[in-house]
Design a protein around this ligand. Structure first.
Ligand SMILES: Nc1nc2c(c(=O)[nH]1)N[C@H]1C(S)=C(S)[C@@H](COP(=O)(O)O)O[C@H]1N2
Ligand SMILES: [Mo]
Length: 217
């Protein structure tokens, strides 16, 4: 019994060391994508994996499609006419920076799915950015657990271009890389393909605490 416990602890320790080694290598790559730091004491670091901040087309639409009975093509006004969810939560990048108590307003992914008539077989959201490169995904279960929103307001103002406006994702309780900027498409699918940073080694399950929250959201 003691031997088994001992080996278990050793395995955990070894695993943790390997994990932190991987994470520190990844973090130097991730930090390399820093485009600028907000002036004036803002604590967000602005990230982009492309050469700049893409501008939304004049006829911007947020598409909600895939395994749905009513595909949606929403203007900002359309999105704002849907029931809004307000959240005030910390925002935490996996590289270590945190911004506390950020106010957000948007529409829950699960509400958009319901509005579009999501098929019961759809178990994941595939998320696309109009920057043409960044992608993310979330399971429908994780969308319920986190209360993730397609946000059009951040810091009590419309989401700025740098922060991924007009619409970005915000995923409470998960690292910032889940919160895809310049969101253009939400697709209901049967699989959750790994996102941009996940293809580069970060965990698909990006829980900050290592596990889903126990509180109800
Ligand atoms: N399209 C896109 N979304 C993105 C990123 C990115 O580079 N491109 N970076 C992610 C990471 S790693 C973090 S921590 C947050 C940072 O949000 P901010 O740029 O508004 O500070 O955006 C996430 N969403
Ligand atoms: Mo990040």
């Amino acid at each position: 019994m003691l031997t088994v416990v001992g080996l278990g602890a050793l395995g955990t320790l070894f695993g943790a060391n390997v994990q932190s080694g991987i994470t520190s290598v990844l973090n130097s790559v991730h930090a390399g994508s820093v485009a600028s730091v907000l002036p004036g004491g803002g604590q967000f670091t602005i990230y982009t994996v492309t050469s700049g901040y893409p501008a939304a087309p004049k006829d911007y639409r947020l598409r909600v499609d895939g395994l749905v009975s009513r595909p949606l093509s929403l203007s900002i006004a359309d999105l704002q006419s849907l029931p809004a969810t307000r959240l005030t939560r910390d925002f935490q990048c996996v590289t270590g920076w945190v911004v506390t108590k950020v106010p957000w307003v948007g529409v829950r992914l699960v509400d958009l799915a319901a509005h579009a008539g999501a098929h019961p077989a759809a178990t994941s959201f595939r998320l696309t950015s109009f920057d043409g490169v960044y992608t993310e995904s979330l399971t429908v279960e994780q969308a319920h657990q986190t209360g993730a929103i397609a946000a059009y307001s951040m810091l009590d103002a419309p989401v700025t271009r740098e922060h991924g406006g007009p619409v970005r994702l915000f995923v409470p309780d998960m690292f910032g890389y889940k919160s895809i900027k310049w969101l253009s498409r939400i697709e209901l699918v049967t699989d959750a393909p790994p996102g941009y940073w996940e293809q580069n080694g970060y965990p698909v399950n990006a829980w900050i605490s290592g596990h889903p929250p126990t509180r109800k959201v």
